[in-house]
Design a protein around this ligand. Structure first.
Ligand code: ADP
Length: 494
């Protein structure tokens, strides 16, 4: 691999089109989770910096909204082209700071860019409406207007795509944005801003304030009256706090929170397809994905066969540094994350589950201090069987490469088990029975349902959850609604 990412390592705040230090000149360290090596010291935004970014976004919003839809569309399209021209550099940067295998990182860059392309097109289709009035000397018109300044807070698991998926619809609608990426992975966000600048997106339209002080920046975002909307992707616990904070001035809010996806395989399923789907859904990004399969419900008559096939497929997974060819599972983001996953496995075993398979750490990591750090972040993929329904592995979001299997006997029983969760983001079912598919489509409590597929996310589709998995949708034509206000005009005439 030829390293081509270095021109994309930006380590300043991006405010009003300028790269700048933080008000107190402090920085924080961004580390490679695979090696423990320092990648960069990045400017650490203070609350005063966040306020300055909000003011810049508020100034820019007026002229950005005044542009025609096709002007905004052209700029977004140009940005999309630049992202794709630099896909390799951005992918390397992503693997460097986040750890995912390079092939997956390339996929994430294309996936994130697809939202920019999609909303470049949708920008021109923000239609209003004319409604038949109740009196014939009236006209009822409906127009759509940008909500204004949007603050975003994004996580480290998809540092490019989670941000692109918010920036693109916001800009298409005529909003401007201040973004706080996760402190673990700010570089991908800053690189996106750099390309937006090159694409000609005006100063102040996108502002990025990386910070180690998440709570303090979140308080500035939610308490500043100039911010009209917050879009957050992250944990349900933080989402709930942000809802409370936004209540004070009734800010609009979009939340993409935790998930606990059931993956249900019926006795009539194509087992090989189910295993392929399970691997894609469970082990992508080392299991650190909110739509990851979290609980596997397998019909009792095919339980052993599925377990064998899944074990065989898991034996082909290769754990290691994401830059190494053929690696399919990178490190977890941190030692803390690894310890949490291990505690879920321990809890399940204590409650009676059995580890049917776990890869050994075969990585040649014993050679340097940095590499022994790395060994600390790697979690070998594991398969647990006979997991009880009350195990943490079943009830909570795992965010790691662990699959836990549970037997079921009937469709009614599995629907009840699948719905027994406060989350409702994604679910997956494998069956060939068309009537069963219809019943499950109606009854499963989820925002998204994969039917005979383990991958369901794309720019044309509405991504989002129900229950405590969030509010609003990202992507698709519905994804613009969250960035638009409806205005009703009642026109009387004589
Ligand atoms: P995770 O556990 O996956 O890191 P979090 O919800 O903690 O999920 O983090 C998602 C994003 O929310 C990150 O950008 C993080 O910095 C930010 N964040 C964490 N705590 C707060 C908070 N109290 N207020 C605002 N943002 C927060």
């Amino acid at each position: 691999m030829i390293a081509v990412y270095s021109s994309f390592i930006k380590n300043k705040l991006f405010i009003d089109g300028d790269w700048c230090s933080s008000a107190d000149e402090k920085t924080f360290a961004v580390m490679n989770p695979a090696t423990g090596e320092l990648i960069a010291q990045v400017a650490d935004a203070t609350p005063a910096d966040a306020t300055r970014a909000i003011n810049a976004a508020a100034r820019a919003q007026i002229t950005w909204a005044e542009k025609t839809a096709s002007e905004r569309s052209r700029l977004l399209r140009c940005w999309f082209d630049l992202v794709m021209q630099n896909q390799e550099s951005l992918a390397q940067l992503l693997t460097l700071e986040q750890g995912k295998p390079l092939a997956e990182a390339r996929g994430e860059i294309a996936y994130g860019a697809s939202y920019i392309e999609w909303f470049a097109e949708e920008a021109k289709r923000i239609y209003g409406d004319v409604i038949p009035p109740l009196a014939n000397n009236q006209r009822i018109l409906v127009t759509k207007q940008p909500v204004g300044v949007v603050a975003t807070i994004t996580p480290w698991n998809f540092p490019n795509a989670m941000l692109a998926r918010k920036l693109a619809p916001a800009l298409a609608a005529g909003c401007t944005v201040i973004a706080k990426p996760a402190a673990e992975t700010p570089l991908s966000a800053l690189a996106l801003a750099q390309l937006a600048l090159e694409a000609g997106i005006p100063a102040g339209v996108i502002n990025i304030v990386p910070s180690s002080q998440a709570q303090a920046i979140g308080e500035v975002f939610t308490s500043n009256i100039l911010v009209r909307k917050l879009s957050f992707t992250g944990s349900t616990a933080v989402g709930k706090k942000l809802i409370a904070q936004c209540a004070a001035d009734v800010k609009r809010i979009t939340l993409e929170l935790g998930g606990n996806a059931p993956f249900i395989v019926f006795e009539d399923a194509d087992l090989d397809a189910a295993v392929t789907g399970a691997i894609a859904s469970k082990f992508r990004n080392a299991g650190q994905t909110c739509v990851c399969a979290n609980r596997f419900y397998i019909h009792q008559s095919i339980y052993d066969a599925f377990c064998q096939k899944l074990t065989a497929a898991m034996q082909t997974l290769k754990l290691g540094n994401g830059f190494t060819d053929e690696v399919t599972i990178g490190p977890l983001i941190s030692l803390r994350a690894k310890e949490k996953v291990q505690s879920f496995v321990d809890d399940a075993v204590q409650r009676g589950a059995r580890i049917a398979y776990q890869a050994a750490i075969q990585t040649p990591f014993q050679t340097s201090a940095a590499e022994s750090f790395a060994q600390g972040n790697f979690f070998p993929p594991a398969l647990l069987v006979d997991v009880p329904q009350d195990a943490r592995l079943v009830c909570e979001e795992i965010f790691g490469p662990v699959a836990g299997l549970i037997r079921f006997a009937t469709e009614e029983q599995v629907i009840q088990l699948a719905n027994a969760s406060e989350y409702g983001l994604a679910a997956y079912v494998y069956t060939r029975d068309a009537n069963r598919i219809k019943r499950l489509s109606e009854q499963l409590q989820t925002g998204m349902l994969g039917i005979n597929t383990g991958l369901l996310s794309n720019a044309a589709a509405p991504f989002g959850g129900i229950k405590q998995s969030g509010w609003g949708r990202e992507g698709s034509r519905y994804g613009l609604d969250d960035y638009l206000n409806i205005k009703y005009l009642c026109e009387a005439f004589s």
